[in-house]
Design a protein around this ligand. Structure first.
Ligand SMILES: [Zn+2]
Length: 450
């Protein structure tokens, strides 16, 4: 049955519209436009009071279990000022060794539920914990992937499980450490089989899809990249990798391969419109050009990059070259799409000491909000190849409503979408619009409070 949703305001991906609605049929958007041009024959009309609706943001990069260590990693030993990504990673490895399928499911479910309540409609889960605590494969080698997928389903979040290939400890091919034993992939064929099997296993659920994620130039042998990229193309799935998050990784890549990470991946045939470079913090102009020429995109995770002291995304150079940027909450120090989408601009303001660094021309002014919203929504859908993040017929019906009665948005009126980009705190501002039954209650009411 069709449902026509009628909000006060609708963000159509370009501008705020009054008197517009969205028709949803099952899991998909059927139509978007002025109310006079829409009808829902035999369907329902749901008026969303005090609501400004947009396509739900897409969280394109997540490691759900890392949410569990966000508090406990906020200390460092006294007298040791060198706490950084690498010391944080030791804590993360320690945490990983404790999980069994049930606890991983529970931790992931909490994370996904927080994401959904904050406004995200879907997630790309970059999943690399594959083996049991002793480093042995489970009888069903996809046990932990399934546990994470089931967690997203329980939380009512659309998921793309990005199955990770992980085989070495560093760029020089050194073997995995004992604390990395749960991540290990034995071969390219094993990885491609896992992706293919996961895809077949979940083919009946339109809210579950899969992708392939060679972890990084540190964790994937040089000889694996080309067959993995070819495999992703043959399976027609998204291809993601961590790229140039840390200077040490860039230096190691130059030392071993004589090439910086993006240059190396270009040599291996990895860059394409299928490819998303996660972080891409430390890029030369030449590397930016390589990404642009290939039609690849970048996934920034600015709250995590801030937490780990990674560096500042070169968002101005990427947008200048036409490289789209999507967003992820990655380690989940913060789970808030509205904060995530504003940080790339605010970080650059501090570095460059000017304002509206990432805007785009609109007549006599340069606007920041439309591009920021596009990063949070449609570019993420492109990265996961789900079509999410767009209000277009056939796209997944992931909608979110901003609460115009919330004190943080009072008086915003038609500027609400610019305000939510620039200023609004997350808590209570957004609620999912749920045309599907609520997974917890079975309630079919359309605009549940988060
Ligand atoms: Zn990551």
């Amino acid at each position: 049955m069709n449902t026509l949703f009628v909000p006060d305001l609708l963000w159509d991906g370009r501008e705020a519209r009054r008197g517009w609605g969205v028709v949803v049929a099952g899991d998909r958007i059927a139509a978007v436009g002025p109310l006079g041009a829409l009808d829902a024959p035999g369907g329902r009309r749901v008026d969303l009071a005090d609501a400004a609706v947009l396509a739900a943001p897409v969280n394109a990069h997540s490691h759900a279990f890392q949410r569990a260590i966000r508090g406990r990693t906020q200390t460092r030993p006294a007298g040791r000022p060198d706490a950084d990504f690498w010391s944080w990673r030791r804590e993360m490895y320690r945490a990983v060794l404790a999980y069994d399928p049930e606890t991983l499911h529970a931790i992931s479910r909490d994370c996904f539920a927080e994401m959904r309540s904050a406004g995200w409609g879907s997630v790309g889960e970059f999943h690399y914990v594959h083996r049991d605590r002793d480093g042995r494969p489970y009888d069903d080698p996809l046990t932990l992937s399934d546990a994470v997928i089931e967690a997203a389903r329980a939380a009512g979040l659309r998921i793309t499980l990005l199955y990770v290939a992980y085989a070495t400890a560093d760029v020089d091919g050194s073997p995995l450490g004992d604390d990395q034993r749960r991540f290990r992939s034995d071969s390219v064929d094993d990885v491609l089989r896992a992706v293919s099997d996961l895809r077949d296993r979940w083919a009946g659920d339109p809210r579950v899809s899969v992708g392939l994620a060679p972890h990084s130039v540190r964790a994937v042998p040089a000889s694996w990249w080309r067959p993995l990229a070819d495999g992703a193309a043959a399976l027609d799935v998204p291809l993601h990798a961590h790229v140039a998050e840390q200077v040490r990784e860039v230096d190691a890549c130059v030392a071993v391969h004589g090439r910086r990470p993006v240059e190396f991946l270009a040599d291996q045939g990895v860059l394409s419109e299928r490819f998303t470079a996660v972080h891409a913090t430390h890029l030369t102009d030449g590397e930016v050009r390589l990404l642009a020429e290939a039609g690849a995109r970048v996934c920034a995770c600015p709250s995590t990059e801030r937490d780990l002291g990674d560096g500042v995304l070169p968002g101005d150079r990427l947008s200048g070259a036409g490289v789209p940027v999507c967003l992820g909450s990655d380690s989940h120090t913060l789970i808030d799409p509205w904060e995530e989408l504003r940080l790339p601009e605010y970080h650059l303001r501090l570095v460059e000491r000017r304002r509206i660094v990432l805007g785009e021309a609109d007549g006599p002014v340069v606007r920041w909000a439309p591009g920021a919203l596009r990063s949070a929504t449609e570019v993420g859908g492109d990265a996961l190849r789900t079509g999410a993040g767009r209000l277009t017929p056939g796209a997944p019906a992931d909608l979110v409503a901003l609460d115009l009665a919330h004190p943080a948005l009072a008086g915003a009126d038609d500027e609400v979408f610019a305000e939510v980009v620039a200023v609004a705190a997350r808590a209570g501002v957004a609620r999912p619009v749920t045309p599907l039954p609520d997974p917890q209650t079975g309630d079919r009411s359309e605009a549940t409070s988060a």
